[in-house]
Design a protein around this ligand. Structure first.
Ligand code: ADE
Length: 357
């Protein structure tokens, strides 16, 4: 079933799964359909983020006991760690519907007003990439979040009147990869702020096994771990890789994913033992070869490797920083001795000792 929100540039599609009342924008359907299909629907099937889950369970139970809507929540952290999934889990666990949108879709005042006015009592509104909300949309959100009303103006200049329109009580869940870019006043209106952490290899192996079982892919424990090790701590990447490796296992072998088959397939995909892909390696090699290990500015790196600086910052960097292969300094990005070792270069010390002799 497809419903059009009051907001005319957003079309929403209700999930076929009645137990999972997630409403998603129709666009991007193919890519999202796969993710939606394998998304865990409750805390029991949601793997990882253990302490966050425990905190959320308490928050949800307290809200239920008080018969109150949940406080507004902000999730931040690198992409692919399950912010949208978690919002869906919260909706299911609290038994309320959820409306999902993202800040770039809320460009005009009528977009945000339309979506706020279409909410039902207790509903969850999920806004992805919330750091990209424009100032006007933010101003509209403030009274909506704080006291559940909208300030609407009618008339012109001297006859202008402000109308206070009440809204149903709702919970806003905001997600961002860039908490630092959120304005102070918006951040302050979230009662609960949580950071999502990278997953460890054991957790990712569990995610992979769960996904494989939903997709009826045969995989053994070591095969799952081999893929987990190269998934950059990120379930979205793990889930993509298990599909790619499964394709390889079907075409070249009998379809079952083992450790050897996983490693062979990932080598062919040029995903190395750290999970780095060609873009990551090009970025690190550039800093080593052209800038003697750095520091070098992000815009220079972006221009040299032909990537958008925002993609580098949002997608490549978080994991490279986390695993210590890249460092951020006031003068730009630099690599570590481990980066030299991992990419098969002599370390800076070894090179300078060599040139001394
Ligand atoms: N698929 C994506 N993220 C997941 C998670 N955290 N747990 C289980 N399956 C997932």
């Amino acid at each position: 079933m497809s419903i059009i929100a009051d907001n005319e540039n957003l079309e929403y599609k209700k999930s076929e799964d009645k137990k999972n009342p997630i409403i998603k924008p129709v666009s991007d359907e193919n890519d999202k359909a796969f993710e939606n299909n394998i998304r865990p629907k409750n805390f029991d099937t949601y793997i990882g983020q253990t302490s966050l889950k425990e905190n959320l369970k308490i928050t949800i139970e307290a809200a239920k006991k008080r018969s109150k809507t949940l406080d507004h929540l902000l999730f931040y952290g690198p992409p692919g760690l399950g912010k949208t999934t978690l919002a869906g889990v919260i909706a299911n666990e609290t038994g309320v519907p959820i409306k999902i949108t993202s800040a770039p879709a809320l460009e005009r005042p009528r977009d945000i007003i339309g979506i706020l006015m279409s909410l039902e009592e207790g509903q969850i509104l999920f806004i992805d990439e919330i750091h990209r909300l424009n100032k006007v949309a933010e101003e509209i959100l403030y009274p909506a979040m704080e006291d559940f009303y909208l300030d609407m103006t009618t008339g012109k200049s001297q006859t202008v009147k402000t109308l206070r329109v009440p809204l149903p009580k709702f919970t806003l869940i905001g997600a961002t990869t860039k908490a630092g870019e959120l304005s102070g006043p918006l951040r302050d209106r979230f009662g609960i702020i949580h950071r999502l952490e990278f997953y460890n290899e054991k957790e990712l192996a569990q995610v992979i096994k769960r996904t494989a079982s939903i997709l009826e892919i045969e995989i053994d424990d070591k095969g799952a771990l081999a893929i987990a090790c190269r998934s950059r701590g990120t379930p979205r990447i793990a889930n993509r890789l298990v599909k790619r490796v499964s394709d390889y296992a079907i075409v070249k072998y009998d379809g079952k994913i083992t450790e050897d088959i996983a490693n062979e397939s990932l080598d062919i995909l040029k995903i190395d033992r750290y999970g780095l892909d060609t873009t990551d390696r090009n970025l690190l090699k550039l800093i080593i070869e052209k800038y003697d290990g750095g520091p070098v500015g992000i815009e220079t790196i972006a221009a040299a490797i032909g990537e958008d600086s925002r993609t580098i910052e949002d997608v490549c960097e978080p994991f490279l920083l986390q695993c210590g292969l890249l460092q951020r300094t006031p003068r730009g990005r630099k690599v570590s001795p481990e980066t030299y070792r991992h990419l098969g270069y002599k370390t800076q010390n070894q090179s300078s000792q060599q040139s001394l002799f």
